[in-house]
Design a protein around this ligand. Structure first.
Ligand code: SF4
Ligand code: SF4
Length: 431
């Protein structure tokens, strides 16, 4: 990959609000890719390691992590705007479980039209079935639905990148469908139509702003579920003249919950894993070839699936229970893929964290140095140095980003040694 592309990959939706950060190290301890350091009392995100999973946003007790997302006002940039509504959004409301009420409500608060992402999920289900039938992908095939997982594989599990199903996400598929429908309905040009995804997670924000496997996203703007919820929660109670706007079937709606995609595919030997730390544990075993006789892995970074996204408002278990009730009894006819462009435009490239040195010999020397430093450290992974583990700390020292005295144990040893030397010197002077 060219250095130009490498620079581009550094777009991130998760950011730090430095003024609010207290340097407590909570985010550092939970970050699944060891992408956070705490230095001089403030957290820092190492861009090459961050996968925008939003775990730090969820965990920070001081709300010092924020998401770079579009403002509601950006709807006015287009002549006609469409809300792309994921099923996870529909599970947020305690006052109604009627999808048509929620969709009609969105039209009352400023959207010209709505389109269900569950319809895109149905189309992706069909296309996935076709690709799996072809049997050309290395098993277990890994779902491409969660952009945080795709990024994780790109930065940490290079040997698995060819196992990812090379299909666009339900969000992208539904954006194409929504645009086509809006153009037919309004007679407007594509550039006059704004497709806005209401996102439950930070990873999908990044996937729109900088898709890994597409030349460009079909989505024009991303709004956070919680921001739209604030506007809609009250409005929803006074929705009259409810329009028939929901057409998605049970299988598409169920994609929001862990296991929903695999179930829709009708695969027998699958694993559905949720929660980024669980996903990492499983992928490590897949990489080590410990997982046998499994055809498909549905891996979602958020707990319980998209309903567990950090930009949602509702408890994921409650949202899942509502979605289950909403989906029950709705038929799921097979979707038509038509002329939609559903395959990736390009392969996901391996994006390694910068090597210790460009020169192979020097890199090896630095690895040796790293090991020696690590052996001198207490190996307690206490985090008080500002690095997530003693190994990361040793690496940070070799990279020139930290100093051995940042470790309080090493500092204490040094002070004790100095004190001893001073005492001995004092004795010598007295003699
Ligand atoms: S959790 Fe991280 S971002 Fe939040 S205050 Fe603590 S160190 Fe700062
Ligand atoms: S978004 Fe995820 S990967 Fe990035 S710094 Fe936060 S916890 Fe780590």
């Amino acid at each position: 990959m060219s250095s130009e592309n490498k620079k581009e990959i550094l777009y991130h939706s998760v950011r730090l609000n430095e003024d609010s950060c207290k340097g407590c190290t909570t985010c550092m301890r939970y970050c699944p890719t060891q992408a956070i350091r705490v230095q001089n009392g403030k957290a820092k995100i190492i861009k090459e390691k961050c996968i925008d999973c939003g775990e730090c946003l969820r965990r920070c007790p001081y709300r010092a992590k924020k998401v770079a997302i579009d403002a509601f006002d950006s709807l006015s940039l287009f002549k006609h705007n469409v809300a792309l509504v994921a099923p996870a959004f529909c599970g947020q409301f305690s006052k109604t479980t009627d999808i048509d009420v929620i969709l009609t409500g969105l039209k009352k608060i400023g959207f010209d039209d709505v389109f269900e992402v569950a319809l895109g999920a149905e189309v992706i289900t069909q296309k996935t079935k076709e690709l799996l039938k072809g049997g050309n992908l290395p098993k277990p095939v890994i779902s491409s639905a969660c952009p945080a997982v795709v990024r994780l594989i790109a930065v940490r599990f290079p040997s698995l990148k060819d196992s990812i199903i090379p299909l666009t996400s339900p969000m992208e598929a539904s954006a194409q469908m929504a645009r086509k429908k809006a153009m037919e309905k309004t007679g407007l040009k594509s550039e006059d139509i704004g497709i806005f995804f209401i996102s439950p997670c930070t990873a999908k924000v990044t996937a729109v702003k900088q898709p890994l496997a597409l030349a460009k996203s079909e989505v024009d703007g991303v709004l956070a579920v919680k921001d739209v919820y604030m506007r809609l929660a009250q409005a929803i109670t006074s929705v009259k003249d409810v329009e028939k706007l929901s057409y998605a079937g049970r299988e598409g709606i169920n994609w929001a919950r862990s296991g929903g995609e695999a179930k829709a595919l009708g695969i027998k030997n699958y694993i559905a894993v949720d929660g980024i730390h669980n996903v990492i544990r499983l992928l490590e075993e897949v990489e080590d070839e410990k997982i046998k006789n499994i055809d498909f892995i549905e891996a979602l970074a958020c707990n319980s699936g998209c309903t567990g996204g950090p930009l949602n408002v509702e408890n994921e278990f409650v949202a899942n229970s509502r979605l289950r009730n909403m989906a029950e009894g709705i038929d799921s006819p097979a979707a038509e893929c038509g002329d939609l462009s559903l395959l990736w435009d390009k392969k996901v490239e391996y994006e390694p964290f910068s090597p210790l040195d460009k020169d192979m010999g020097e890199a090896l020397k630095k690895m040796q140095q790293m090991e020696e430093i690590y052996q001198r450290l207490p190996q307690l992974d206490c985090g008080s140095c500002g690095s997530p583990s003693c190994r990361d700390f040793a690496e940070d020292i070799v990279r020139g980003k930290a100093q051995e005295r940042d470790c309080i144990f090493r500092l204490r040893e040094k002070i004790e040694m100095l004190a001893k030397e001073i005492t001995e010197l004092g004795k010598m002077i007295e003699e």
